[in-house]
Write a protein that binds this ligand. Sequence first.
Ligand SMILES: [Ca+2]
Ligand SMILES: [Ca+2]
Length: 290
Amino acid sequence: MLEIAGDEANLKMVNDYSLLAQILSGLETSILNEIEGLNNGFKFQMSEAGFSSHIAPDESLLFGAVGAYDWSGGVILQPPGLENVSFLQGESSKQRFSYLGYSVLSVKVKSEVLYISGAPRYNLTGGVFVFEAVNHKQSQLLQGKQFGSYFGSVLCAVDIDKNGETDYLLIGAPFHHQRGEEGKVFIYKLKGEEAFQEEDFEWRGLEKYVFARFGSAIASVGDLDGNGFTDIAIGAPLEDDGAGSIYIYNGIKGRLQLQHSQVVIWKCHLFCMFACVNFDTLIGCFVISK
Ligand SMILES: [Ca+2]
Ligand SMILES: [Ca+2]
């Protein structure tokens, strides 16, 4: 045994299973503290950089890193060219285990750019952090309202009048609970001073479906009905016993419609999980059936 251990210090003689547990615990501690150098907890070791990604209008690259700093998370920002990489974090003390970087996005307001990232476990209700591109400072925090709703896990920016400036921010909370996990999409309008303000209406799927997870995918899909304003598609992948549906909401007279105009139903499991990714194909089918 001593020959295998190499040194007497490495040889542990046990006659009780509980001693094995102690040895395992000591080994874990020494790996974290001495080998990984994590005396003060995790930093970037488990950050899962690239969990989400986005190219901003200023050509900066954003990468979500949900595991950074003990799963507080954050956003890795690579400006154009070879400039130094920055790391965006929230300024809240409730940040731990919030998974900031789960979703990343940017919006353009006049000549300014804002970086936006969702933290679906922030304060357990979820949150969306807004950063100013010019100085990387957090300028706003939009907070979810319900525990476990995963508010901020899905984001979508909408330029309703197609003038190059963002008008709305749509925030998915696919686990939002009423009777089951129906899901909901919250709507924020970009007001003066480059701040988002919640609208007095929300979007959700048909009342009869309890486990729909409405808001698992949200996409700005161009002008479907040709009225000059941008339209929105929202996935509800578990609706109707997992068949899934896509809801279409139209932009009308410079604002978003309160109710959906159409539900696209497909008898195929998890259809909507992927629909927004491949929406060109879907729109083709939609127009033909019409
Ligand atoms: Ca606009
Ligand atoms: Ca339209």
